[in-house]
Design a binder for this molecule. Sequence first.
Ligand SMILES: Nc1nc2c(c(=O)[nH]1)N[C@H]1C(S)=C(S)[C@@H](COP(=O)(O)OP(=O)(O)OC[C@H]3O[C@@H](n4cnc5c(N)ncnc54)[C@H](O)[C@@H]3O)O[C@H]1N2
Ligand code: MOO
Length: 398
Amino acid sequence: MISFGKAYEAVMAERWTLAAETVRLDDACGRYLAQLVVADRPLPPYDRATMDGIAICHRDFRDGHREYRIQGMARAGDPRHRLSGAGNCIEIATGAVLPEGADTVVRYEDLLSSAGAFTIQSDPSEGQSIHPAGSDADAGSVLLEPGTRIGPSEIAVLASVGVGKPKVYSLPAVTLVSTGDELVDVDQKPEPHQIRKSNTRALRAALTEFGIVPEEIHLADDPQIIRMELEKVLSEPGILLLSGGVSKGKFDYLPEVLEALGVRKCFHRVAQRPGKPFWFGVGAGGENLVFSFPGNPVSTFLSFHLYFRDWLLKSFGFDNNGQQARLIAPAENTSGLTQFRLATVENREGTLWAAEVPMNSSGDFLSLARAEGFLCIEPTKSGYAKGATVKWIPFKFK
Ligand SMILES: Nc1nc2c(c(=O)[nH]1)N[C@H]1C(S)=C(S)[C@@H](COP(=O)(O)OP(=O)(O)OC[C@H]3O[C@@H](n4cnc5c(N)ncnc54)[C@H](O)[C@@H]3O)O[C@H]1N2
Ligand code: MOO
């Protein structure tokens, strides 16, 4: 059995080379950029009016002009207009190009309208209500770095500079494997001695965060079938996420079958609770990583977030190991195992404060729905005072 720290390091040390592919912009949300994105022109590309009103030359105002004759109307989408002659103005819409010869915009609220003219009733400053060309970014400047997670705001940036098919990191092929003769599908009515599969459903849902659509198989508790099915999955590169069948039961065949199929065991059993029987290995040629999670629902769920999610983020270039929370109440852990305890958090002035959520056992998946993440409580003789800072593994995001 190895320590949690060593197990975590061993998983994170596994490198996975991510290829790149292009996707449609509308399919890019949640993916990770594999290219540099630069401004194709200054942003904004022209001096842009930020108010509806009139465009004037401020010198005219300084020279004492208060009434301005309307020379025309600049709408958003019009080519640049030209303002000429002292005491003239051009009406302008928000988003329109500032006319040549104008340097200031005065909003309608500060104007008195009369036939063919506007009178300024405020004291405008030179250059007001203009978003100057290039003030957000110069042409050629870097807007997004490779490794950036593409969210709605990054989509806006990509769209604005004309990247309609961004290059993103390819997603690893993932196969979800459920094991056990007691399991039936969600749409089946379980016999009294059966339960519905929930682990694979939860992991499939968790994978949507990354846009990963996994393959799925179920293995009956039969070593021959397990071997045959896993051999097929291992013949293609990819990640296997298994749940169940790795502890010490008479029907827990996975560790021996995986090794017989040439998957090198990196470790089996971690000094942690839940999740102790976790088995992790690397397939021949390094083309498969096998995360064989303990079957108890909380163990599978925790192990996925603790190991697989951080490993995947690391493959995209992120170190996700730094999240912390402070304990609302004192805690103890003299078990000698790293304990992961369910909790909810409250953000108080930028600091997360965590309150533990009771859990009956690692079979109590209902408790997951009441919590927002796991606290990592390392074993210690001295205990944790109220306010102590510990590692925090969130799985719900407000
Ligand atoms: N003698 C020992 N027994 C056990 C030990 C041990 O160290 N010595 N460890 C215990 C711990 S800790 C855990 S966790 C479990 C893990 O066992 P397995 O990984 O072999 O998992 P299973 O026995 O197949 O299943 C455990 C439990 O979870 C349910 N399960 C499994 N898959 C699903 C699924 N897809 N959806 C919903 N529920 C699932 C399964 O029905 C079992 O109730 O071993 C302890 N035993
Ligand atoms: O991993 Mo087991 O979950 O400690 O119950």
